[in-house]
Design a binder for this molecule. Structure first.
Ligand SMILES: [Zn+2]
Length: 194
């Protein structure tokens, strides 16, 4: 019994080293692991599609959109692939949709899911298109993002897992949220709705 205790004591420094190694691994490799996990969408997801009056239809189950990196690159081209599939960020004040003031819906450039409406767009001064709420909460995933030494909430498309941007708690009323999205992650379609 005493030998057993001694043996456990001798293992303590080793276990501490293992725990330290796991912590360090999590801090440095978590962002890389997360990219690898981005393809882990369930076969079906619940989202809200676009209704005839440009408002969300009731939630419904649809197949998720899952493709290989090669397929995504071929479909999206290098710039959109960089943003959507490798969590890239376009340079501020460079996005094509930053100053778009037309009435319409912004869709996912990867899978065409409606993501935000012009009715919720506002001028944030940050250099990226900003919205105070998504088209439907079901259509975006929120993921804790610890990359670049910051704690942020990443936003992804709920149907294809594509990286869209981040959401911050400093937006205007009525939500107080700022969905800060990359133009390259979006496709805009004008509607006649006022
Ligand atoms: Zn998508």
């Amino acid at each position: 019994m005493s030998r057993g205790l001694l043996s456990r004591k001798n293992h303590a420094p080793f276990l501490m080293k293992v725990a330290t190694a796991i912590c360090l691994f999590s801090v440095f490799f978590y962002p890389i692991m997360k990219i690898a996990l981005a393809g882990d969408l369930p076969a079906e997801v619940t989202v809200r599609l676009l209704g005839p009056d440009n408002t969300p239809l009731p939630p419904e189950k649809v197949p998720s959109v899952r493709k290989s990196d090669e397929e995504w690159l071929k479909q999206l081209g290098p710039e959109r692939f960089h943003i959507l599939r490798t969590q890239g960020t376009e340079r501020p004040f460079c996005g094509t949709l930053l100053d778009n003031k037309k009435t319409g819906i912004y869709f996912c450039a990867g899978c065409d899911l409606p993501l935000v409406s012009s009715k919720t767009k506002f001028h944030s001064g940050t250099g990226w298109p900003s919205f105070f709420e998504p088209f439907a909460r079901e259509n975006v995933l929120e993921i804790q993002d610890r990359s670049h030494g910051m704690l942020r909430t990443e936003i992804r498309c709920a149907r294809c897992g594509g990286h869209l941007g981040h959401v911050f708690p400093d937006g205007p009323a009525p939500t107080g949220l700022r969905y800060c999205l990359n133009s390259e992650a979006l496709v805009f379609r004008e509607t006649s709705e006022r």
